[in-house]
Write a protein that binds this ligand. Structure first.
Ligand code: SF4
Length: 374
């Protein structure tokens, strides 16, 4: 059986033509998969019964199954997906209060970058994900969204404002949620798997795919200069987020060992080129680790480094990972860091991690399942 999500639109169209069927049927199937959330070919009711049977004999839709599903009170949901070869990956659905949903997806099993504070990096990289496996995470997460405009019962009155009825049930308006953003920030270094990632994102953004705006796709990287340039040349208009975490090489080499191969100056030169070629402002991610990179001097170094760039700095107070020595910074240290950056003219945003209670930090669930985490 061939995983249908591994097929490009052209390949799927060719398959239909080879069967003596009109090529436009491929678009119908893609709409069922991406927009109408069909879980089986049988649900594709505008296709003839014989064709649905033929499709299910030839193709499989799902190659993963949900090994774990965790939900947090803030609406965040996390899936641990088991792949066909027994490996596991994580992906996360994040909700905001405007019914917009963001999916955070993985691109590799494990990761070779070895960032000192990250659960995924602890075990190294095992393999790249395929295009279909990357897309399947989005579709699995999309299945968690409620159908628009219906009422159900559920446990989340705080999110919906619903009240308890006399029967004790909580009527929950299932909100017309929709996937609006994709962040490629899960397990793995996305720029080491661009060959599989770019076709997956093309499906996520195409009109007969998920139809998500290219401007709402964010790719996060430790900053591999050559790959940033390749992405810039492709001019896909995706938003680039560079995980900096330190403003001078000695500390960055410790926190992001991949930095030893190229250094911060080369990362910034590539990021500048990305902005020049695409016009998209680059975000610099900075995980604040108590006592390690959250002091006033670190903030001043970062201000000097980024001053004059049309950049946004995303500060992320660390979410502790069992087995690792790093701690969350105090609110006072975070406030002081923000103040110095802002006074230096940088655009700053603080991003608190959602879903802390469901091990939402990258790689924690997988390590827990393997008996290597909490
Ligand atoms: S933070 Fe990202 S790049 Fe670094 S080890 Fe973890 S998954 Fe890899």
């Amino acid at each position: 059986m061939v995983p249908i999500l591994e097929h490009t639109p052209a390949e799927l169209r060719d398959w239909f033509v080879q069967q003596g069927l009109p090529g436009y049927r491929a678009g119908q199937v893609r709409k069922w998969l991406f927009q109408k959330r069909a879980a089986t070919f049988d649900e594709m009711t505008d296709l003839a019964t014989e064709l649905r049977k033929q499709l299910s004999e030839q193709f499989q839709i799902w190659t993963t199954h949900v090994a774990q599903h965790r939900q947090a009170a803030d609406g965040t949901e996390k899936l641990l997906l088991q792949l066909h070869d027994g490996e596991q990956i994580e992906c996360v659905l994040l909700r905001d209060d405007k019914q917009h949903c963001t999916v955070c997806i993985s691109t590799q099993v494990g990761c070779a970058m070895g960032c000192a504070f990250c659960a995924t990096g602890l075990d190294g990289a095992i393999r790249n994900l395929t295009t279909g496996e990357i897309l399947e995470q989005i579709l699995q997460l999309q299945r968690l969204l409620g159908p628009p405009g219906k009422m159900g019962t559920g446990p989340e009155p705080s999110r919906t404002g619903a009240r308890m009825t006399s029967s004790g049930e909580v009527p929950v308006p299932i909100l017309p949620e929709r996937l609006s953003h994709v962040v490629v920030m899960g397990m793995g270094e996305p720029l080491l798997n661009l060959d599989a990632l770019l076709p997956a994102l093309a499906a996520a953004t195409s009109r007969d795919g998920l139809g998500i705006s290219v401007r709402r796709i964010t790719i996060s990287t430790v900053g591999l200069p050559a790959s940033i340039r390749r992405l810039a040349q492709a001019n896909c208009q995706y938003h680039l987020a560079v995980s900096l975490h330190a403003a001078e090489d000695a500390l960055r080499n410790e926190l992001v060992p991949a930095n030893r191969g190229f250094g911060i100056a080369a990362v910034l030169a590539a990021a500048d080129e990305y902005f020049q070629l695409t016009g998209r402002r680059v975000t610099f991610e900075y995980v604040l680790l108590a006592g390690v990179n959250d002091q006033a001097e670190h903030a001043r170094q970062l201000t000097r480094l980024l001053r004059g760039r049309p950049a946004l700095v995303n500060l992320i107070p660390y979410n502790p990972v069992p087995g690792l020595p790093y701690r969350t910074p105090s609110p006072a240290a975070t406030a002081q860091f923000v103040e110095i950056l802002t006074a230096g003219g940088l655009n700053v945003n603080i991003r608190h991690r959602k879903g802390d209670r469901i091990s939402a930090a990258c790689g924690q669930l997988r390590r827990g399942e393997r008996g290597t985490g909490d």
